[in-house]
Design a protein around this ligand. Structure first.
Ligand SMILES: O=C[C@H](O)[C@H](O)COP(=O)(O)O
Ligand SMILES: C=C(OP(=O)(O)O)C(=O)O
Length: 381
């Protein structure tokens, strides 16, 4: 790293001890710990452009991702009456288990594709209520080493592989600077309950090429998600980073492919017909077409993963009774049910395979049963 910076002092810098135009060596402000900020260190990371060169998308795959996006957009537009199902682990912490899970979804996809459009949750960034492991993109070794260069590489690698298996990928975009590393691989993106109200996330969503679901707030408030849809539909000029990592003024076109995701709040569900109707009214009075996904987990399941089944069946029943605003569901599901605490770095070998290290998930058998049952019921409408 450049330890010092030489420059010619100007008149403004002159002091009693320095004569005009003297050349002195002064420390480079970038190399010294600052007394005026809380930052301790900084490590360079590859730029989004560099990572895309290392892990490129072929023209064939690019066309397939565009096709997935078109199908998802058609569901949102009411031109395709299948249900959108965003399904997969609460978070990815193990590439092997994620590949195994993807292979299982791929295997059942032909049995349900006439009624369901499945997108796999490949969540590599986790928002935390206070503190905790922040996801594969940040700490892929699960040990607090925060090897983000490896994390971004693994995240992109996994998303590439899952797309190559024929499954579209969904993720939560939490840190707008991270989005550039992954966005070309996404079929669908979420803006989480903790960030739906953020102008920065709405600006980011306005420039994404894929559909975006805005969660209601953690307090259950739907208004912020409705406002987010309006904000993201507009074009923006906003501060950001170009693909080479330089600060840039970014101009976006506005994203019309967005919808609300009902996830409940403050421990109270909001997937029941009354809450769905209230959200529908709120969207209509804002002049928006009502398009809603229900997240069967989080406050809608009262954080009990087993309840996701009853939430999903209730939503299906509402849809079969004719509520076509309900365009999709989200399920948190892994190879094995439940969750486990992330152990200390020295005991990582004790982790159980295919069990969530964040929120509790449904196991594979229940997930497979629910997906095939949903397709069957929707076939008989
Ligand atoms: O979906 C995951 C969690 O609900 C979210 O990341 C918050 O997690 P935490 O409350 O365990 O921090
Ligand atoms: C963090 C998530 O959800 P929410 O933003 O609704 O809490 C999630 O779906 O992983």
């Amino acid at each position: 790293m450049n330890a010092s910076l030489e420059r010619v002092l100007t008149a403004n810098d002159l002091s009693e001890n320095v004569t005009e135009n003297a050349t002195v060596t002064i420390p480079d402000a970038r190399s010294i710990p600052s007394l005026t900020t809380g930052r301790i260190s900084r490590e360079a990371l590859p730029s989004a452009a560099e990572l895309r060169v290392t892990l490129p998308v072929s023209a064939t795959l690019d066309a397939e991702i565009c096709q997935h996006r078109a199908e998802i957009n058609a569901i949102l537009a009411g031109e395709d009456d299948r249900m959108l199902v965003v399904v997969g682990p609460c978070s990815i912490h193990d590439m092997k288990a994620a590949r195994e899970y993807a292979a299982r979804l791929v295997a059942i996809e032909p049995q349900v594709r006439d009624r369901l459009k499945m997108v796999m949750r490949v969540y590599v960034e986790k928002p935390r209520t206070t503190v905790g492991w922040k996801g594969l993109a940040y700490d892929p070794h699960l040990d607090g080493s925060d090897d983000m260069a490896a994390g971004l590489h693994q995240a992109r690698q996994l998303m590439l592989e899952i797309n190559q298996m024929g499954l579209p990928v969904a993720t939560e975009l939490l840190q707008p600077l991270t989005a550039a590393y992954l966005e070309d691989l996404l079929g669908w993106a979420a803006i989480g309950a903790r960030t739906t109200e953020s102008q920065i996330h709405r600006e980011m969503a306005s420039g994404l090429g894929c559909a975006v679901g805005f969660k209601n707030g953690t307090d259950g408030g739907v208004e912020v998600a409705v406002q987010a849809i309006g904000a993201a539909a507009h074009g923006h000029r906003h501060f950001g980073m170009d693909d080479d990592g330089r600060p840039a003024l970014i101009e976006t076109a506005g994203n019309p492919h967005t919808h609300v995701v009902l996830r409940g709040g403050h421990g109270q569900p909001n997937y029941d017909a009354e809450s769905v109707a209230a959200c529908r009214r709120e969207l209509e009075s804002a002049g928006l077409t009502p398009r809603l996904m229900v997240d069967c987990s989080h406050a809608n399941s009262r954080k009990d993963h087993r309840r996701q089944s009853e939430v999903m069946l209730d939503v299906l029943a509402q849809r079969m009774q004719g509520d076509d605003a309900l365009i999709g569901v989200m399920l948190e599901s892994h190879l094995n049910e439940g969750k486990q605490a992330l152990p200390a770095a020295s005991r990582l070998s004790q982790l159980r395979h295919g069990v969530s290290v964040t929120d509790a998930c449904l196991g594979w058998e229940t997930t497979e049963h629910l997906l095939t049952l949903a397709a069957e019921r929707l076939r008989n409408v």
